[in-house]
Design a protein around this ligand. Structure first.
Ligand code: SIN
Ligand code: FE2
Length: 224
């Protein structure tokens, strides 16, 4: 079965050019770099295991009182967190009371190189949000707008099970493109695309050889 067969029931729509291999423009300053992270995927998984030993995955509560289906942790100088009081970046993991683990070099380098490949030079992330999905987990449409520096792009790395990424416009009710993301794919969006709404559809159970019924997403930002 071709990988695209996984999504036969989920047509890809809305402004996607290029094929499933290589790189796709999904906006004027937004691209998916297919398989860009594959060469370092094994190293990334080891680095993630080290991060979660220090700051374990947890299900955050939104200001509205919902418990998120995606489990999260962070590495880097700043980490994104949420509770009944709001969303924010913090240098301290509220769960452990200590700083988030440092961002492993393999992650920092990958984020920098992917940004450059997508046309954003000198990207120096200070925050990496690590999202872990199981079948059924999803992320509702949202903007990434808690960062101080909206000139820097977002670099988002997919590992494990495939997902359908929803890439919308600058308004919540703008139409969304459905972009399949596979193990090793890296999505980058910045400049005029930086504040586009995006989300992830509820995951189907298509176990991955290395990660089983999990998907892990690394989202790099310049937050401070
Ligand atoms: C995010 O928007 O923070 C994560 C996107 C993803 O999991 O692909
Ligand atoms: Fe996001």
């Amino acid at each position: 079965m071709s990988t695209r067969g996984l999504f036969d029931d989920m047509p890809i729509d809305g402004g996607i050019d290029g094929g499933i291999d290589g790189s796709q423009e999904i906006g004027p300053r937004a691209r998916v770099l297919r398989a860009f992270a594959r060469p370092v995927a094994g190293e990334l998984l080891k680095a993630i295991a080290a991060v979660e030993r220090i700051s374990p995955f947890r299900h955050l509560v939104t200001p509205g009182g919902y418990t998120m289906s995606v489990a999260m942790t962070n590495c880097g100088a700043l980490g994104w967190t949420s509770d009944r009081r709001g969303y924010r970046y913090s240098s301290i993991d509220p769960e452990t009371g200590t700083p988030w683990p440092a961002m492993p070099d393999v992650m920092r380098r990958l984020a920098h190189d992917a940004a450059a490949a997508a046309g954003f030079e000198r990207f120096e992330p200070d925050a990496c949000l690590v999202n872990r999905y199981v079948p059924g987990a999803k992320l509702s449409l949202h903007q990434d707008k808690d960062e101080q520096d909206l000139d820097a792009p977002i670099v988002s790395v997919s590992l494990g099970m495939p997902a359908v990424f929803l890439f919308g416009g600058l308004r919540r009710d703008d139409p969304t493109a459905k972009v399949p993301l596979f193990h090793g794919d890296v999505a980058v969006w910045g400049a005029e695309d930086r504040l586009r709404y995006h989300g992830v559809m509820a995951l189907k159970d298509h176990p991955h050889p290395d990660l089983g019924s999990h998907r892990i997403n690394l989202t790099f930002r310049k937050a401070g």
